[in-house]
Write a protein that binds this ligand. Structure first.
Ligand SMILES: [Fe+2]
Length: 197
């Protein structure tokens, strides 16, 4: 299967400062999901001839005003999401990279809004495991990726809505500080809708 894009900019409005301020003042007790503790096998990510410390992934529900803004400006375009819970704020921290992975079943594509890229040269990298197809099954996690074929690498734009093709193994490298974004899994139909705005 040929993939003609790995990520795309979406024409949705920028998140206003009063909303981003609220996101930055997040309450750590609201964290709803955090990756399990790292093991020796999973605390290091090898790629591209370099070794990185793998970051911790945390996710929490946004506050009501954030959700209301999100609903009014983003979710209304995504017709299947009318009754879903609040979209998440996602934080990668305590590391210099996040390992290659595919997202969960409900996230063949993700709609992200980067609030802090986590450094000046933080690249989102898409890769292919040797012998395997480019598009993979959900929930994969890969740590030793020295032999992978790098398909695309880019510094994503800040304060911009992007869709990532999260069925392709992807990760993040060169982090210098926590990387923060709004994130929502979307279906194939929703991806088509949003990329045609
Ligand atoms: Fe992902």
């Amino acid at each position: 299967m040929v993939i003609d894009w790995y990520w795309k900019i979406v024409n949705l409005p920028q998140v206003p400062n009063e909303i981003t301020d609220m996101i930055y003042k997040f309450d750590p007790s609201k964290i709803q999901y955090r990756v399990p503790p790292k093991t020796e096998e999973t605390d290091t990510f090898y790629i591209d001839g370099k070794v990185y410390k793998d970051a911790i992934y945390s996710r929490y529900h946004s506050d009501q005003p954030v959700y209301e803004w999100y609903f009014k400006n983003v979710i209304r375009y995504v017709k299947d999401k009318q009754t879903q819970v609040a979209p998440g704020v996602q934080i990668l921290s305590d590391g210099t990279a996040f390992h290659f992975h595919t997202d969960g079943k409900a996230r063949p594509y993700v709609l992200n809004y980067m609030l802090d890229l986590g450094g000046d040269n933080v690249e989102t990298v898409f890769g292919q495991e040797p012998v395997f197809p480019i598009t993979r099954e959900p929930f994969l996690n890969k740590f030793h990726c020295e032999e992978y074929n790098i398909l695309d690498r880019t510094v994503l734009p800040n304060n911009t809505w992007v869709i990532l093709n999260s069925k392709v193994l992807h990760g993040v490298i060169n982090m210098e500080r926590p990387r923060i974004c709004l994130s929502m899994g979307i279906t194939n139909e929703e991806m088509v809708l949003l990329t045609s705005l």
